[in-house]
Design a protein. Structure first.
Length: 512
């Protein structure tokens, strides 16, 4: 393996001169035993550091140098339990591709504990790929290097794009192999999340008719994520409202970036409103709402265009789990059903408002006109019909907003350039209603339309280099690029361009 300590600002000396102090304060571990299984991670043979996220470590009040030192790597690999850690695997259920599985849980993850960051927010620190747990269901509890690198790259790109997301604190190779379709190098990801509470966590207890546990979990979620709900006359309805609002905004952000989650099961739906569990995820290139990347999604349930509908479906499962609590505060089962239905009807208008508002910004429209949504939808339909690249089209609109002389760079993205020409007439007419100079508008648009995303073929190239050649330099380079998504530079053009036909990656895999 190439040296990876270059990823840390001041590498450790190879001794245990740095001690990792997490300052754990583990509220979830104080819940009753039915919520988790206590166990330590399973040690690995020969852990080596791939990367420590220095910026994230500092924001959490952690010493990046200590994490990169041998004692820190032992913790990140699961070979050593840090002071104050109370490792556990969380219990949850989930609807997977529409079918309910009553027990899933952390089959290959271990929650080390919680820390309070410098922003005052509480965060989970979790190892992913850290060995078998009581929830492993026959699995090995491990993760392959490829999916670990994919999650590291894509989650950090999402954070840089301003999307609520779990994040990657570190990646470690284990010195062991895992068997998937073939023999692959093993790895462990250290993941940071606002929490790992899922819709499926509530389903787990609701399916067991354990209303007391559902109530305890709801109280915990309110205290941790929605403290304002505690002051409401109907706190559990307020909790449901809060989760719906955050999910509506989150899915709108996905749609505005061409992001496809890939496996929107209820166990991958976060109560905090973060993007979680990056398995067969990808950013769409040629715009098509029917795009699916997940190899196992043969029916297209989680296609790009279905994501808002599936989010509402998942939220409906949460509402069902909360019905006993809603009944207590609303005055009976019928009132609870009415309350839940009323809450769920808010998803569509909140999603549409967030998406339409985002599309306005992407088109350089900073005031509101009645036909703005239709103008945006017209462009998307023309992009779909002409296989126009989603990210490049919107980024190049930033230049075109400054003057029609820049239209040429967009026209080449459309199979029939006349389709863009016809749309641009209406767009330029609409821009005339906007105040301010065109150059300022173009500059503002560049803050809404990224130039650089983790394109699937680039991610796959990084994974091949790491797995086949033990070369992590391409990983470092791509990570650096996608965490500066709004920058334009001629020397980054290779990262901005879509895959050539021979480079296209049609399917991605969970890696479980």
């Amino acid at each position: 393996m190439e040296s990876t300590e270059a990823s840390v600002s001041a590498p450790g000396s190879g001794t245990d001169s740095h001690t990792v102090h997490f300052g754990f304060d583990n509220t979830y571990a104080r819940l009753e035993a039915r919520f988790y299984a206590r166990l330590a991670p399973t040690p690995v043979a020969a852990p080596q550091l791939v990367k420590v996220n220095v910026e994230l470590a500092r924001s959490l009040g952690l010493d990046a140098e200590a994490l990169a030192a041998p004692a820190g790597v032992e913790i990140l690999a699961g070979n050593r339990v840090a002071e104050g850690s109370e490792p556990l695997a969380q219990a949850y259920a989930g609807h997977q591709f529409g079918s309910f599985v009553p027990q899933l849980g952390d089959g290959r993850a271990n929650l080390l504990g919680e820390v309070v960051g410098r922003d005052g927010v509480r965060y989970d620190i979790q190892l992913k790929g850290s060995g078998r747990t009581p929830f492993s269901r026959g699995g090995d509890g491990r993760a392959a290097l490829g999916p670990v690198l994919r999650e590291y790259i894509v989650s950090e790109a999402m954070a840089a794009l301003g999307v609520p997301t779990t994040r990657a604190l570190a990646a470690v190779v284990t010195g062991e192999s895992v068997l998937r379709e073939t023999v692959l190098p093993g790895a462990v990801l250290t993941r940071v999340a606002a929490s790992h509470l899922r819709v499926g966590t509530f389903e787990y207890f609701a399916a067991r008719r354990d209303t007391e546990a559902v109530r305890m979990l709801a109280d915990y979620a309110i205290k941790r994520h929605y403290p304002e709900a505690a002051q409401d006359k109907q706190p559990y309805r307020a909790l449901l409202d809060g989760v719906i609002a955050r999910q509506a905004h989150l899915i709108a952000q996905w749609m505005l970036l061409g992001f496809i989650h890939g496996v929107m099961n209820t166990d991958n739906s976060s109560i905090s409103g973060e993007t979680i569990d990056y398995g067969p995820c990808a950013f769409m290139e040629a715009y098509d709402p029917a795009t699916v990347f997940s190899y196992i999604d043969q029916q297209g349930r989680y296609a790009f265009g279905n994501q808002p509908r599936i989010a509402l479906w998942n939220l409906t499962r949460l509402a069902e789990a909360l019905l006993p609590l809603l009944a207590d505060e609303a005055g009976g089962e019928e009132a609870a059903l009415a309350s839940a239905k009323e809450a769920l009807t808010a998803f569509a208008p909140q999603f549409e408002a967030a998406r339409t508002g985002g599309l306005r910004l992407k088109l350089g429209l900073f005031t509101q006109q009645e036909d703005d949504a239709a103008l945006a939808e017209d462009l998307l339909e023309r992009m779909a019909a002409n296989r126009a690249d989603f990210t490049l089209t919107f980024r190049r609109l930033c230049d075109a907003a400054a003057g029609a002389e820049h239209d040429g760079v967009i026209r080449t993205l459309f199979a029939d350039p006349a389709a863009y020409d016809a749309w641009a007439v209406g767009w330029r007419s609409r821009l005339q209603l906007e105040p301010g100079p065109s150059q300022e508008r173009a500059a503002a648009m560049r803050k809404a339309n990224p130039a650089l995303i983790p394109r699937n073929h680039l991610v796959e190239a990084v994974i091949r280099a790491a797995v086949e050649e033990q070369n992590f330099q391409p990983f470092e380079e791509l990570l650096d690029v996608v965490t500066r998504p709004y920058e334009d530079s001629p020397n980054l053009e290779a990262y901005a361009m879509p895959a050539r036909p021979e480079e296209r990656v049609e399917h991605t895999f969970c890696g479980t």
